[in-house]
Design a binder for this molecule. Sequence first.
Ligand code: ADP
Length: 497
Amino acid sequence: MNEITQFTTRHPFLDGKPKRMLVDGKWLEAASGKTFQTINPSTGEVLAEVAEGDAEDIDRAVAAARRAFTGPWSKFKPFERQNLLLKLAELVEKHFEELAALDTLDMGAPISRTVGNKLRALGMLRYYAGQAVSIHGETIENSLPGEYASFTLKEPVGVVGAIIPWNGPLTATIWKIGPALATGCTVVLKPAEEAPLTPLRLAELCQEAGVPPGVVNVVPGYGETAGAALANHRDVDKVAFTGSHLTGQKIIQASAGNLKRVSLELGGKSPDVVFADADLDAAVPGAGMAVFANSGQICSAGTRLFVERKIYQEFSQRVADYGKSLKVGNSSDPATQVGPLVSTEQLDRVTGYLAIGRQEGARPLSGGERLTEGDMAKGFFVPPTVFADVKDEMRIAQEEIFGPVISAIPFDDIEEVIARANATQFGLGSGLWTRDVTKAHKLARAIRAGSVWINCYQAMDPAVPFGGYKMSGYGRESGKQHVEEYLNVKSVWIRTA
Ligand code: ADP
């Protein structure tokens, strides 16, 4: 048995004891004493009982984060925050297999995928470490009569409420904690109820790295209670949210009470456009994995596959065959390429859309039904599915499914496909496959989405901004802009005469 298989069968973090929340540097039970269960979606087995935080716990955590914000943490020099992030990166590197296995157990991403996220996770922490020593205001020449000097300071926004989804717990946690530590903010993080374990383990590593008490707090619990309490809280200065657009709308409403800053990374129904002149051998797996990776549980998945009509039948079938060739199974098996969906709720949602697709007249070329053979019956498995004969107005072409389901749609020319690709309420990701640089350039400018991937899909880097247009949200994660989202600008005037 290799190290990873050992971890996933008998994980050191899963010691049978209930998992507590981290508030003010202490590991506490919920004030209510309540716990909830988190399960392994590959097997349906309970992994752990977890403290179920609610409004009272959020209050305690926000108070701790406020004290920490104004306490010794506010005196940390940029290079000290940088060192903390570098130390945390070192610990994450040391424990990476363990963290990856925890993600795999708790939310079902194949172990090959979670282990493969190593460079990205470490790169993010080290990028934010670099950003910590790069924060600067400007000296601005003014035109006032008399003598005035004017310059800006960049200051941390304060207490950040971070609310994350379940589809990539490790990287989602780093995406919130990283910029907060870089800028000198403090955080109360509410993990998703489906996958709270990796954020809790990462919080232990933050302590080990020397992050002072109250700077990073983690309160697991449900969205409608703990999440809503955090989004509503009067002493939270900013909410950084990743999740569905429906919850995003609630976050904005909840933020109105104290007009807190909000950044939102929401859902999508991203177009992936394949022209007949593309390198089709590359485009088949590219377009397939743009959706089948993580069982389609990626907000920027390229789920509307527009294919030029002259290659439509053949290409759609090739993507379907590619989907059939992928090994679906227990996510802890190193050979697995497609794991389960995260929960029974997601299973119901995705199988519901499979039924809707058929009712609407779409034709499954692969997949199309839940897998229930043998051990699969205990988990929540849906195989890679390609629907052909999809029309733009069908619900499977309009609504976010969040499963391994491609809607393949034919198109005839470039102007038409631009208009149809943009005919969605969302605007997160987009892809296009062509050898023609003129077409590529034209589409890259015309598509209304935060990312355009040309002859690739889902490339991500800590230095390159990621985020949405339209109902996919606002604000950017990664890149310099991400750090700016955690900073206020203060203008300082000095009369020098
Ligand atoms: P998904 O459908 O992917 O689970 P959600 O938007 O429901 O997406 O969940 C993303 C995160 O938002 C989770 O941590 C969840 O607990 C939280 N959440 C859900 N509802 C609310 C709410 N009303 N207020 C604040 N957070 C919420």
